[in-house]
Every structure is written in C-alpha cells, then in structure tokens.
Design a protein around this ligand. Structure first.
Ligand SMILES: Nc1nc2c(c(=O)[nH]1)N[C@H]1C(S)=C(S)[C@@H](COP(=O)(O)OP(=O)(O)OC[C@H]3O[C@@H](n4cnc5c(=O)[nH]c(N)nc54)[C@H](O)[C@@H]3O)O[C@H]1N2
Ligand SMILES: Nc1nc2c(c(=O)[nH]1)N[C@H]1C(S)=C(S)[C@@H](COP(=O)(O)OP(=O)(O)OC[C@H]3O[C@@H](n4cnc5c(=O)[nH]c(N)nc54)[C@H](O)[C@@H]3O)O[C@H]1N2
Ligand SMILES: [Mo]
Length: 809
C-alpha cells in the first residue's frame, strides 16, 4: 500500500477492482465501512462476480476477467477528453511534459525493440530524450507531439466506451457512471482510493493492469494524499515482510536487486542503481544505494566483507534468469533439480497445472516439507483415488517432513499491507515435536557449514564466512534478528560535517537509514527496516493509538517502513509552494523553515519548495511516470492483451496482428505453450478465488472451518446451468486442456452471461480451497485446471482467466 488500512476511512470514493476485500480482507474492510459511514464515501466494485464486496457497494459494474486495462484505459481516455484531471498536480508532479525519444514507436500492438523469436523486448528506445546537459527535455506547453501527454492521449484513443462494452462486457452506461464517480476526485479537496489484490495481479498482464490503475490515480492527483493511493491488499499476514526482506529470487532486502550474470564489476553494479538525477535539483534517493548495500554485506559477512574484496561482492550469486516458482518447476520437470525445500508452501495445491507440479516433484531425489501439517505436497506420491491418481511404485522421491510451529506459537513481527511492522507475542507452545522455522533452518545451516569447513568445496567462502552472532547458534531469537535488520554502528560514527563529533557510538543501534555508511562502518540487514529497533527499544511493540488530528495518523502505534512514514510520497499532498491541497486532510506542510505535520515527510525536511525538487524522490526525475522508461517487460504504456487462453481468439484492439493477441513479453515455456486450450473445445471462462470461511489449503484441516464450508463447489450462472442441463446441487465436471475436476454446482444470479464481441461468454467461479488432505470432504485441487503462464514482470500465474468446459457429471 502507498497508504495504510486506517487511512481508507479518509476517502470520498473507494474503488475495489481486482479484489474482494469484504471476503478476503474482512478486518481491513471495516475502514471502507467507516469511510461510508462518516465520510459519505461512495464504494464502487468492478468484478466479474457480484461479490460480498459488491453487495454493499454504491455502484457495481461487471467485467470480463483479464480486461481491466481496456476498462482503465477507457477511464484515462475519459479523464483526458473531459479534462477532468488535477492540473496542478499532473503538471508539476508527473512526466506529462517530458519528451520521449524519437525512435520510440508503437505499431499495431507492438512497441519498438521487439524480438519476436525470443518473445521479449530490447528496451533502449523506451526512454526520454536527453539534452546535452544530461537532463530530460521537456515541453511545458504540452505542444510537442512526442511529449508524454500527447503520446498517452494517442495511445488510449482506441479505448472508447464502445470498446469497453464490447471487450469487457461492461454496459457502456455503467462504465460511464464509474468514470464520472472517479472523476469527481480530480478536485484537490476530494480523495479517491483504489483497493486491489489478485483480480489484478494473477494475469499475464497483471503488473500492467496495476500500472494503469496508478496512472488513473496520478491523473486525479490521488497519490501521496490522505484517503488516496494505490493500495495492494496483501495476502498472507506477513507476505509484505517477505518481499521487504528480499525473498524473491531477484531481490535483496529492501528492494535492492541481485546482480545479473553480466554484472561482475562491483562499482558498475552500484553505479547502475545509484542513478544520477534526470532533471535539475532532484534528489534521486537511490544515489544512496551503496550505503544500503555495503551495510547489508557487513551484516551478512561481518569482517569477511572488506573494501579489498568489494565487500564480498563475489559471494553474491549472479543471476542468469529469475528463479521464480514457474522456472523452478520447469527445471524440476526437466530433471535438473535434485532436492527441494517447501517451507510453509504447498505447491502441489498452490501452483498452476497440478499435473506438471506432481510430475516434477516425482523427478526429485529428495523433498523436504517444513510445515505444521501434512500437506498435499508432502503426500504427493500417495494415491488418493480420483483426487491424486498416481502410481506410488513409480515415484522414487524421498520425502522428509519437518514439523514446524506456526506464527501464533512464536514471537516476531508481521508486516501488514500498510507497511506496519507489528510485534506479536506467542500465544501458546507448539505441540509434539514441532520446532520453529528459525531453529530448523539454523540447525541445518550449522551442520552444512561444518561439512564445508571439513570437506571444502568449490567455493565454500560464502557459507563458511557467514556472520552468525547469535547466543544460541542453533536457535537465533526473533529479537536478535529484528535488531540485526535495524542495523548498528560497527565503529564510533563521526558527524560527516564535523569529525570531532561522535553521532553514534560503536555497537549502538542506528536510529534510521540516514546513518548508514558505505565504508564498512555500519551493518544493516534491511535498510528500510532501519528504525524498527533503535537504542530506544523495540518500536514495533509500541501501542499508543493517539491520533492528533483524527485522520488515523497514529505514529506511535507500531512502526512503519520507511522511517515510520505512513503515507508514501506525502510531499505530493501539498502544492508547489508547500501548502496542503486539502486543509481538512493535512498530512504535512512547509512552515518556512521545514516540513512537518502528522506524518513523517517523504522529502528532505529542510528542502525549501523554491528549489523545485519533485515529490517522487525515488525516481531520478523527481516526478511520477506515466511513461515507464525501460522498466516493464511489455512496454512503457499499458496495452490490453488477451489472456493466453482467450475466449475471443484475437485482440479486439489489434485484430489483424496475431502477435499482439496475448502479452508478447510474457515468458512461456514451450511445453506449457502446447498445453493452452482453445475456445472451440473449452468455451467457458474459468476464474479461481477464495472464500471467507477458508484460508487456502490450510483450514480444511480445522473442523470448524470444514463445517462452515464442507465440500468443493463451483459457481455458474443460470444461463449456463440451463445450457448444460444442471440444477443447483447436481455435480458438474469442469475440464481444461490440463485436466478436470468434479464438484457440486452452485447456480447463482451473481454470475451473469456477458456479450463479448457480439458473442455470449460464461464465467465459471472456482473456489480454491479443497484438496485431499484435512478433515473437510476430500476434493480435487482447483489448480488441476490452471495454465502455466505468468505475468511478464512478476511471473505471477494466470489463475484468474483460463478456458474450461462445464458439463453435467
Ligand atoms: N478468508 C480468506 N482470506 C484471505 C485468503 C484466504 O485464503 N481466505 N487468502 C489471502 C491471500 S494469500 C490473498 S493473496 C488475498 C487475495 O485477496 P483477493 O484478491 O481479494 O481474493 P480472490 O478471492 O482471489 O479474488 C478477488 C476477486 O477478483 C475477481 N476477479 C477475477 N478476475 C478479475 C479480473 O480480471 N478483473 C477484476 N476486476 N476482478 C477479477 C474475482 O471474481 C474475485 O472476486 O486474500 C487473503 N485473504
Ligand atoms: N488457482 C489459484 N491458485 C492460487 C491462488 C489463486 O487465487 N488461485 N492464490 C495464490 C496465492 S495468492 C497464494 S498466497 C498461494 C498460497 O499457497 P501456500 O502458501 O502454499 O498455501 P497456504 O495453505 O496458505 O500455506 C502453506 C502452508 O504453510 C503452513 N504454515 C503455516 N504457518 C507456518 C509456519 O510458521 N511455518 C511453516 N514452515 N509453515 C507454516 C500451512 O500449514 C500450510 O500448509 O496460493 C496461490 N495459488
Ligand atoms: Mo496470496
């Protein structure tokens, strides 16, 4: 989230699109209710199904899955055409006026630089035009044909209300009503928020859908203000913490990135990331990258990380490609992986194309499952009849189950969607032989290290030299780790401006990331967490909920990254002179000497507005981007592409160009490509989702949840039920090119037939929660059906839109 849960109450308009907060985030959803009750906020829900969120909305509009870019692109077109944008904001805080390179093109659905054979782009042309001074050229009059404003206007010309109706299946007047409600927040004194989750992410164009939403928010001046923002409602209680700590294959903690294979040179690695400002007087905060990186290396390798060895740069793996879930299972299937540790992860249930996952696990020599429960994955080799029809005698994989505790059985912190690190205390001791993940991992590490010390190996240094400063090496405590993430001084730190003044004593915790150094004088396990556990103690355990102005800015409740800031980009809530756009929702302001208010300024505190520094300090240009230079896999402006399994068969925007039907920049493995179904054999659109009564594949082990939702069902509309000849309660077979499931049919008015490009399209709703382990009725894994293709940037699988066929069982 750019903002935070409580802040939702400040919104005038709430758009829930690509998520179902009332069911998947029932606690957080109360802030939507608060906004409605106290702020007379209007709630809009756009979803293929009439959900529980929709049932309390002021306005609901249906949409075909996977077409949100057409819808949102249509909103962009509407806002530009009707001139309903926050002019001052857009002019000063975005790249509207920036000029784009002359060799950048977009032709019939494809951007310049496409390598058709490799299904990827060379992105050099996707950039601004630079002047001789090294700065981007701009045209404040917006007359230049290649300024971002004009390119964008042209780009979204095709996204008409008629196109929206035809491709998304959203009736034109409903679409226009949504536009009108959103446009009402273009005023500086009205705020609109967007809440989204998997209905946006789980598509082959998921990241671009989210970008389009962000572009709408920028046009409306809704980023950086109270009651605004782009708010990703995250999944597991600590999934935000997972990405913060860099547990993605290409990341390091704090959203630093691992070097790629071609980056063997340390200084170049740093220089590429420490971008120089692209406009005069901009901060370009990532210029501090070296400080965060060197402090991380000191934290990991202690004395072994020194200036002479580039702070152990050679210890870091250099990536040839991302090793996300889809990639790993592809390699496993090819027999290139010997062992796999599934820690708190049930891939047989959670990953796409269960057939492929099961076949891949069967190729392993060993599988370790660290989990409190026996899961589908740990029992993948057992025959469970129709639900897992395998021949155990053919599977050689040795499986080890290591029972773990779960979060309620240990202390620690969870980072919520609003970036708050909230400390929690254990509620009970774990049963049986369970040990904490920390203890299991540490014990494994100690054993492996001993083996490397004894036997050597090709390159044992990274393992042998890892710093391990914990009182009990086999069981570090969450408190020890939290302090390490915060970081500390390794020597007395002198004031950079006055060498005689010591600002931080050796071994003291740092107060924030501004104290970190790139000369080896500090260690910090995650720079964005610096400040969470200072000399003043554990800031995450704070529980003072005082809120000076009543807008939910409880700065003494827990601790938020970065720097306890609650609303990112909050400098953008003020005009150029530093005066809040909206006095009643004031976050910060310039008082003549410095910035201050009820949030921690996302800006240099003493930087006078007259200097012209922009609010988006993480971007070298200081402003927000409509034109995503070089960043995304499939282009700088979001384009609608059809799901890989499309019910239409062509891209209605570019019907003549087959190469532009589905995302040209998505990474698809050849074998998976062969497993895509076509609409003639699989005429219905499947989409998977969750229910309030279950948590994934986990709560079917709990009797109470199993009583609430005992058995697998699918939801179909009344028209489809009639077509296939079933009534509610009968069983249906749902098949895709990859397999089938059988489940009870729930016939509902909540899913309606849509007319898409003149033809009827039916959605089939498939809840994900069942499987063959647990106390609920055994069932099929929903992911028997889903295709193995991911988003071009995040590799998130296309779980929300694929083709199936429904028949009476
Ligand atoms: N009770 C419960 N709560 C949970 C979970 C759980 O298992 N159970 N899981 C947690 C986790 S890990 C996560 S990630 C979150 C997920 O939270 P959500 O994303 O809110 O959950 P989903 O039910 O997967 O899907 C959301 C909605 O997206 C809609 N949708 C599908 N395709 C599209 C589309 O193309 N466009 C639009 N606009 N909408 C679409 C679906 O109809 C569905 O209503 O929930 C978390 N909360
Ligand atoms: N078709 C389809 N597939 C989906 C989705 C979808 O919408 N549609 N959603 C996707 C999403 S968003 C998610 S997040 C995944 C979820 O996929 P998973 O994360 O694999 O599923 P869970 O069942 O939530 O959790 C996995 C295991 O973690 C264990 N666990 C709980 N606490 C601890 C602990 O402290 N330590 C350890 N070691 N284990 C613990 C649980 O017992 C459980 O077995 O599914 C994905 N798959
Ligand atoms: Mo999730």
């Amino acid at each position: 989230m750019t903002n935070h849960w409580v802040d939702i109450k400040n919104a005038d308009v709430v758009l829930i699109m690509g998520g179902n907060a009332a069911e998947a985030h029932p606690c957080g959803f109360k802030w939507v209710t608060e906004a409605k009750a106290h702020n007379k906020a209007k709630l809009i829900v756009v979803d293929p199904r009439f959900t529980r969120s929709a049932s309390v909305a002021d306005f609901y509009a249906p949409i075909r899955t996977g077409t949100d870019i057409i819808f949102l692109g249509g909103v962009i077109r509407y806002l530009l055409e009707k001139d309903q944008i926050q002019h001052e904001y857009v002019k000063n805080y975005t790249d509207f006026t920036f000029i784009v390179r002359e060799d950048f093109t977009f032709d019939d659905g494809i951007f310049s630089g496409y390598n058709a054979d490799k299904h990827n782009y060379t992105k050099t042309t996707w950039d601004y035009e630079l002047g001789d001074d090294g700065f981007v050229k701009t045209d404040p009059t917006l007359a230049h044909p290649r300024c971002v404003f004009n390119l964008m206007k042209k780009h979204y010309e095709r996204y008409t209300p008629e196109m929206v109706e035809s491709v998304c299946g959203t009736p034109k007047e409903k679409f226009l009503k949504v536009c009108e409600m959103l446009a009402s927040t273009a005023s500086p004194t009205r705020a609109g928020t967007i809440l989204y989750a998997l209905g946006w992410t789980q598509h082959s164009i998921g990241s671009q859908i989210i970008r389009t939403g962000a572009m709408v928010q920028l046009l409306l001046g809704n980023i950086g203000i109270a009651g605004g923002g782009m708010n990703a409602l995250r999944g597991h209680s600590n999934i935000q913490g997972l990405t913060d700590l860099g547990l993605m294959t290409n990341l390091l903690p704090g959203y630093m990135t691992l070097p790629s294979e071609s980056e063997q040179d340390f200084s170049k690695y740093i220089a590429t990331r420490a971008s120089k400002p692209l406009r005069p007087n901009q901060l370009s905060y990532w210029q501090n990258y070296g400080k965060f990186h060197v402090s991380l290396m000191k934290s990991w390798w202690g004395d072994a990380a020194k200036a002479e060895n580039n702070w152990a740069y050679d210890y870091l793996p250099k990536l040839d490609k991302p090793y996300d879930m889809l990639q790993v299972f592809e390699l496993m299937k090819q027999g290139k992986v010997n062992g796999y540790i599934a820690q708190g992860f049930n891939p047989l249930a959670a990953a796409p194309d269960k057939g492929k996952i099961g076949a891949s696990l069967a190729k392993l020599k060993f599988l370790v499952v660290m989990d409190p429960l026996a899961t589908e994955t740990s029992e993948f080799w057992k025959n469970f009849g129709e639900f897992n029809d395998v021949d155990s005698s053919q599977i050689q994989t040795e499986v080890f189950r290591l029972p773990t505790t779960c979060f309620a059985e240990e202390n620690g912190s969870l980072v919520n969607s609003g970036r708050w690190l909230q400390w929690h205390w254990k509620g009970a001791d774990a049963p049986g032989e369970a040990r904490s993940d920390l203890e299991i991992m540490s014990t494994l590490f100690q054993k492996m290290r001993k083996m490397y010390i004894k036997d050597g190996g090709k390159f044992p240094d990274p393992i042998v030299n890892l710093a391990w400063p914990y009182a009990d090496p086999e069981s570090p405590t969450p408190e020890e780790l939290a302090k390490e993430y915060n970081g500390r001084a390794l020597v007395d730190l002198a004031d950079p401006k006055d060498a005689t003044k010591i600002v931080r004593k050796k071994n003291e915790q740092v107060a924030g990331f501004a104290e970190l150094r790139d000369d080896g004088a500090t260690a910090c396990g995650c720079w964005i967490f610096a400040g969470c556990w200072t000399e003043a103690g554990n800031q995450m355990a704070r529980r003072d909920n005082s809120d000076p102005t009543g807008i939910g800015q409880t700065l003494n409740w827990s601790w938020a990254w970065p720097a306890n800031r609650r609303i990112l980009y909050n400098r953008a809530s003020c005009d150029v002179s530093g005066k809040p756009f909206d006095a009643k929702r004031k976050l910060i302001g310039w008082n003549g000497q410095k910035w201050g208010g009820v949030d921690v300024p996302d800006f240099k505190v003493d930087e006078a507005p007259a200097g012209g520094m922009g609010p988006f300090i993480m971007n070298p240009e200081g402003v927000a981007r409509f034109f995503a230079r070089a960043g995304m896999a499939e282009g700088p402006f979001p384009v609608h592409y059809e799901p890989f399994e499309t019910p239409v068969g062509y891209n209605p925007l570019y019907p003549k160009n087959a190469a532009a039907t589905s995302n040209p920049g998505a990474r698809v493995f050849p074998d998976d490509r062969a497993m895509f179904g076509k609409v003639d054999a699989f005429p219905h659109v499947g989409t998977t989702y969750r229910l309030t009564e279950h948590f994934h594949y986990w709560t079917k082990h709990a009797r109470l949840n199993a009583i609430l939702q005992p058995q697998q069902f699918v939801e179909i509309g009344e028209d489809l039920a009639k077509e296939v000849g079933v009534v509610a309660g009968e069983r249906v077979k749902v098949s895709s090119k990859r397999g089938h499931i059988v489940a009870v049919a729930v016939v509902t008015k909540r899913i309606k037939k849509m007319m898409i490009e003149g033809k009827p399209v039916h959605h089939v709703g498939i809840p994900i929660h069942w499987g063959f382990k647990g106390v609920a009725k055994p069932g099929y894994l929903a992911n028997t059906l889903t295709p193995g293709v991911g988003d071009g940037n995040s590799q998130t699988p296309e779980f929300k839109s694929f083709l199936v066929k429904v028949e009476k069982a």
